[in-house]
Write a protein that binds this ligand. Structure first.
Ligand code: DGL
Length: 262
């Protein structure tokens, strides 16, 4: 049987989705990935839902025209805006989105206080409000819109004094043991998780949806019969960006490789 050697397309409003791409590469090292960041139109989270939905659909159309075998929307905001329509438009496509990892955070902290950081669009959209209604009798959940936070990641300023002042102001009410867990509901935020942990304190548990989304993608490409077998082929990652400055392209590579654990 011939293997399906076509690439998997992964997209985000910018470079944040690389936090999800990293998990995908780790779980599926034999696959080829194209990562598209729409930095020219970023941020998505402060725009209108219609604008982001139309853009996301256009990007997916172009991935398919160019031969992608599966698509991952590695952006909570674009998922909230477009996933429902994409599933209707492409019912046979292995397609995954991402949503804030509230479930594992609440399950690990029953009755606890859980802060959900995400973009204004994610917080106001129906998808998140539905998720919230499923868990809000099991924990005290604080949704927090964080406009402006993704800009630090787009600028590569993930350890800057400006970022720390921004976070101290944003998270002021939640410092000093006020929350037990934080859900990073935007794919840019894992790149500033160390700074978030410093501001909130080391005992706060941090959750993101990258691993769950990567596992769901693996499950769907297997179910659709388009996965490559693990073997000789070492997968590749190709970066594309709607604002492909040398700085942006170098940042993509750097974010794919940096160690987020230490
Ligand atoms: N990375 C995106 C997300 O996961 C949002 C950033 C933006 O506002 O564009 O929601």
């Amino acid at each position: 049987m011939n293997e399906d050697t076509r690439p998997i397309a992964v997209m985000d409003s910018g470079v944040g989705g690389i936090s999800v791409l990293r998990e995908m590469v780790r779980l599926m090292p034999q696959e080829d990935f194209i990562f598209f960041g729409d930095s020219a139109n970023a941020p998505y989270g402060t725009k209108s839902t219609e604008f982001v939905r139309d853009l996301t659909i256009q990007h997916v159309e172009s991935f398919l025209e160019r031969g992608a075998k599966a698509v991952a929307i590695a952006c909570n905001t674009a998922t909230a805006a477009a996933l429902k329509d994409l599933r209707r438009l492409y019912p046979d496509l292995p397609l995954v989105g991402i949503e804030p990892a509230l479930k594992p955070a609440v399950e690990a902290n029953p009755g606890g206080r859980v802060l959900v950081m995400a973009t204004p669009m994610t917080i106001r959209e129906e998808k998140f409000n539905h998720l919230l209604s499923r868990f809000q009798d099991r924990a005290i959940i604080y949704p927090l819109a964080c406009p402006g936070l993704m800009d630090y990641v787009e600028a590569g300023a993930v350890d800057s004094p400006q970022l720390y002042s921004f976070l101290e102001e944003l998270l002021w009410d939640y410092r000093n043991g006020e929350v037990d867990a934080v859900v990073l509901g935007c794919t840019h935020y894992p790149f500033v998780s160390r700074a978030i942990a410093k501001v909130l304190g080391p005992e706060v548990e941090i959750y993101d949806g990258a691993n769950g989304t990567a596992r769901e993608l693996r499950r769907r490409i297997h179910a659709a019969g388009v996965a490559r077998a693990i073997g000789e082929h070492r997968g590749t990652v190709t970066f594309e960006n709607s604002n492909p400055t040398p700085e942006k392209m170098a940042l993509c590579q750097k974010l794919l490789e940096i160690d987020l654990e230490n």
